[in-house]
Write a protein that binds this ligand. Sequence first.
Ligand code: FMN
Length: 329
Amino acid sequence: MTATAPAALTTEQIGFLARAVSRAPSVHNSQPWQLRVRGTEVDLAVRHGVELRRHDPFGRDRLLSCGAALTDLELAVRALGRDCHVEYRDDEDVVATVTIGRSRPASDRDFALYHAIPRRRSHRRAFFHSRVPDGVRSAVAAAGEAGGVHVVEPGHLDKLAELLGFATRVLRDDHGYQRELELWTAHTHGWNAVGDGIPEDGLSLEALPVAGLVRRDTPVPDDVVLAGRLAAESLLIVCTDTETRADDLAAGMALQRVWLTATAKALVGSVITQPLHLAGFRARLASELALTGVPQAIFRYGYPAVPAAPAPRLPLGELFPDGPAGGLR
Ligand SMILES: Cc1cc2nc3c(=O)[nH]c(=O)nc-3n(C[C@H](O)[C@H](O)[C@H](O)COP(=O)(O)O)c2cc1C
């Protein structure tokens, strides 16, 4: 008897996967991804034309964003009740191919993370003053551990405050950088907006200056005040052993697993990569905080004090460069 081949995806199933991908976090909400579907194979490709020359000159955050989208894609395939295999592609265009296999019930954990996808959002505000219990913090960090990726709670908060304070001052006075950021924060408003970019009301000055993306008018507290604010939050740093395109993608996948795990546990958070693009910053961060490997992203999280609005998304049809994929909107 010959085994039957896994069934090709239906239009409804493609829509289900696309919705999960589109809800992934991305640098400046640029949503730098596209999907190409061939039967039971889905390519996740980079969407060109949304380069951030000042914030992300080497495209590292773009790959991290694609990694986050890949985690959502994998969870959505599993939530459909199908097995899947993810293969990294060393290609300027397609970053990974997900091959969808036979029926296989999703685990409780995959379901919980899948259901956290629409609830996760960037929460850049101050958190509720209640410490996250040790066991919960360990589970959130462990969710990101993978081959070549480590997720660590930073010590030496005085050094971290010094470095973040320095980065804030540099970024605040960088006119080219600020012009680019204005372009990405000017045009999205309201809860039901469609498009890309960061809504003005998603930014906040009340927590860490770097938590709300540093702008021209961001106040910089002194290092002691900043160290105190860092100590009031739960922090994680995602590091990779080396730095290749595959590492950047793996870091983004890990970041999203961490974020979804936190969301599933009623926590909220936001990611900080902005200072990590300054020349020499990551090397200093690694040496002063005694980190092993290359720091890729800082994740701050805690319990919410106020709700945060969702950021807009592009219409689903924009995910499919080769056609409207069954009329998805
Ligand atoms: C790789 C990456 C880097 C990011 N860097 C920052 C950052 O430095 N500061 C910040 O406030 N948000 C940062 N974000 C969050 C995005 O701005 C956010 O995901 C996007 O605006 C969509 O909003 P949402 O997370 O609420 O869905 C980053 C996200 C990703 C995936």
